[in-house]
Design a protein around this ligand. Structure first.
Ligand code: FRU
Length: 745
């Protein structure tokens, strides 16, 4: 227990020896708080440089990952001014009068430059540093301690230094205490071994807890390593780990460091079904017609491909965390892009690093040789984001089981920021083309084009010019051909980046010649890293995109989702061909009850023509001529979508997007789910995704006009069914063998 002893004027910075009462020599002596950093300023501590500011921070600083694990409201956080700021913070003299000094510490790992030091006679006799020496990691502060019994009675000084710049160039410190009771330490390599008897291990997760490196060994051999925010006590949620591939074998879970009193390992149970699985897809913040993983975090869609009669959607997945990190490729399949079945993770982190984004192709001519029995293989092309960061491939013959290629990597590192390979078959030159994002020094970035006869051997054929300081072509390139106005004789190439800004141009199999750059893609918010399906069988060049929809779902055991599938087209406009977005027609299967009003003239002040509508999941479609109206105002479950005649804009919950009339008319489609809106206007030239959580009690739709009469040629609202149907938890169809970590050898 820590007794806070106050001292006039310096309540929080108690640095002098204080009488601790009778019997003070035994192990019951109360603790002495040295500093808890709860004040506005640092009291008698001396500040040098800019990194520490004038006083303690109140938690996370702008631009910093969430800082957790400090006590109270304040802490020392040298991220002030970013990683590059430096400085030091030195305590007044203290007298050492307990056996231990304990403290919380986090940030970068560099004992020379980022340290809490104990100086006796001016010399550092104890040093502690943070835990992070590579990108990713965690801002959680961890408890550490020093045995200082040998300095008993001596005068000492504590010094916190930040002399580091660049990534993880900061240190966090809090709650420095002198104590006699041996602090609860961290056990290194805590392990539990058992025989796998069921399909799942249930792993206890505490959001924001320090990330532990958790290794799974099968019969003593490492098969996968995860960074997991393990719950030391009560978990926020349980994450299932599929171990069905190793039933009957001896499994060991090894954790790099664990608090002595942690229940994380002992609380893990085995289960045939997913714990809490009955509630999956029924959670209050589960998008009902937007794909999201059953558990954990998702970001980019990956490996989108049509294979053996199914649409495959892989995705950046952290199966054991609510936040980004620990990237796996999750996997789901669908017959119609509306109803998805999640099948478990297919690419697991391995010795080459976490599994970053990439694409998939069907190798129809078996150029790779991975095909079997005359059937073309499905080939995944991904980034293994270790050090070095390389491009690699994996293949499948059944769309369920995947094997990493033994000759990986297929492309060595170009720069540390090279990733997200998008591969296509180029029919004219009969070869594979890879478009790879390449980050360059000095905030520049570009894409490189490679060709290959067989998906294994790649040759650099051209590079696009880097655009400094813009998000253009930043990460996750996609590259495809689209007919203009549906005319297959008039096709153009489209190159786009993660923010969906694109170029239109021509491509000769090696070099892309853009006719324009940086045309805006989507016009909303929370849309990123979209990808299009490869190999959709279609006579009209059908191209369907899904984006990462950044719908935050606090309190849920999952986070983020995907947009609805969007059909992309190029249509002629006075400025040249431009891309349009249309919700795929397959979504119509969700319509459960339709309300349709054919031709309506709506005047300002008229009663709401949609008063009969109630529903949680809604699709609204309309076509109108605004006449002299100033605004046409739609309200769907509390979201307002205004078409503004003066600016010719759509205003979606306050967010403005250009949405001009087309031949005097506006055609509008609005989808509203539990976590987001997707609005389409100007015949798809304007697509506005917008994360939004409707209030549970607002189930209505309204429409009104201001300034003049609006003529609707139709106005319809469809109440939609959940795409998860009657599904409770959808169990994987088969045990999914996780790819052994050493498959790359
Ligand atoms: C885009 C991105 C990709 C990367 C992936 C990692 O969101 O940063 O560039 O491959 O996410 O999860």
């Amino acid at each position: 227990m820590t007794t806070r002893i106050s001292y006039a004027g310096y309540a929080c910075f108690l640095l002098m020896i204080l009488p601790v009462g009778a019997g003070a020599q035994n192990s019951e002596r109360p603790d002495i708080l040295i500093a808890d950093f709860e004040s506005e300023n640092y009291g008698k501590w001396v500040v040098e440089g800019k990194a520490f500011g004038k006083g303690p921070s109140r938690g996370t600083l702008p631009g910093q990952m969430r800082v957790d694990g400090f006590l109270g409201k304040g802490l020392v956080n040298s991220f002030l001014g970013g990683d590059d700021s430096t400085g030091s913070l030195t305590s007044p003299e203290i007298r050492i009068e307990r056996k231990w000094i304990t403290f919380l510490i986090g940030g970068g790992k560099n004992p020379e430059k980022l340290a809490l030091q104990l100086l006796v006679d001016g010399k550092p006799v104890r040093v502690a540093t943070g835990a992070n020496d590579r990108p990713g990691g965690s801002e959680a502060l961890l408890q550490e301690s020093w045995n200082v019994a040998e300095f008993s009675g001596k005068t000492a000084v504590l010094r916190i230094i930040d002399r580091a710049q660049g990534g993880w160039g900061h240190i966090n410190v809090d709650q420095i205490v002198q104590t006699d009771s041996k602090p609860k330490g961290l056990v290194k390599n805590a392990a539990r071994t058992f025989v796998a008897t069921a399909r799942y291990l249930q792993i206890p997760i505490k959001n924001g807890a320090p990330k532990r490196s958790v290794t799974l060994l099968v019969d003593g051999k490492e098969v996968v390593r995860n960074d997991i925010e393990l719950a030391d006590a009560k978990p926020d949620w349980w994450a299932p780990m599929d171990v069905s591939a190793w039933k009957g074998k001896s499994l060991t879970l090894n954790v790099d460091k664990l608090r002595e009193d942690s229940t994380a390992l002992s609380s893990i149970i085995q289960n045939e079904t997913i714990m809490g699985g009955e509630g999956v897809y029924r959670e209050p913040l589960r998008g009902q017609f937007h794909f999201s993983p059953r558990f954990g975090w998702n970001n980019d869609p990956n490996g989108m491909v049509f294979f053996n009669g199914e649409y495959h959607l892989f995705f950046q997945h952290n199966p054991y965390g609510w936040g980004w990190g620990n990237m796996h490729w999750g996997h789901a399949v669908s017959k119609d892009m509306v109803h998805w079945e999640e099948l478990g993770d297919k690419l697991l982190p391995d010795t080459m690093g976490p599994m970053f984004s990439g694409s998939a192709v069907v190798d129809w001519n078996n150029t790779s040789g991975f095909g079997k029995n005359g059937r073309p293989p499905l080939v995944l092309v991904y980034t293994a984001a270790g050090n070095p960061t390389v491009q690699a491939i994996a293949y499948s013959n059944d769309g369920r089981n995947f094997t990493k290629y033994a000759g990986n990597p297929v492309l060595k590192q170009i720069t540390g920021g090279n990733r997200d390979p998008k591969v296509i078959w180029h029919e004219l030159t009969k070869q594979w083309v890879m478009v790879l994002y390449v980050g360059l020094p000095g905030d520049r970035h570009t894409v490189h084009f490679f060709t290959s006869p067989n998906l294994r051997d790649w040759k650099l054929v051209s590079t696009a010019a880097g655009v400094a300081g813009t998000p253009y072509l930043y990460e996750c390139p996609d590259f495809f051909e689209l007919p203009v106005d549906g005319d297959l004789a008039k096709k153009k190439w489209v190159l786009l980046g993660a923010n969906s800004a694109y170029s239109i141009g021509t491509f000769d199999g090696e070099r892309f010649s853009p006719e324009n750059v940086n045309l805006p893609g989507h016009r909303g918010q929370g849309f990123y890293a979209p990808q299009t399906f490869s190999d959709i069988p279609s006579k009209d060049g059908r191209r369907i995109q899904i984006g990462w929809f950044q719908t935050e779902t606090r309190g849920m055991p999952f986070n983020q989702s995907m947009t609805i599938p969007l059909e992309l087209k190029l249509v002629s406009t006075p400025d040249g061909p431009r891309m349009t977005y249309t919700p795929v027609r397959e979504l119509e299967v969700l319509r459960r009850k339709s309300n349709r009003i054919a031709s309506l003239s709506l005047n300002p002040g008229d009663a709401n023509p949609l008063s009969g509508v109630t529903g949680e999941l809604l699709e609204l479609r309309t076509e109108f001529e605004p006449g002299k109206a100033k605004e046409v105002v739609f309200n769907v479950r509390g979201a307002t979508i205004v078409w503004d005649a003066k600016t010719q804009e759509l205003v979606v919950n306050g967010h403005r997007a250009p949405a001009p009339l087309r031949q005097g008319k506006q055609r509008l489609t609005i989808y509203c789910d539990r976590t987001g809106l997707e609005v389409f206007a100007s015949d798809g030239l304007c697509y506005v995704p917008k994360p939004f959580i409707p209030k549970t009690d607002s189930l209505n739709a309204h429409v009104s006009a201001t300034g003049g009469q609006v003529k609707f040629s139709f106005l319809e609202v469809h109440e939609l069914a959940s795409a998860w149907g009657k599904a409770t938890v959808v169990e994987p169809r088969r045990g999914v063998p996780a790819n052994p970590i050493n498959q790359n050898k």
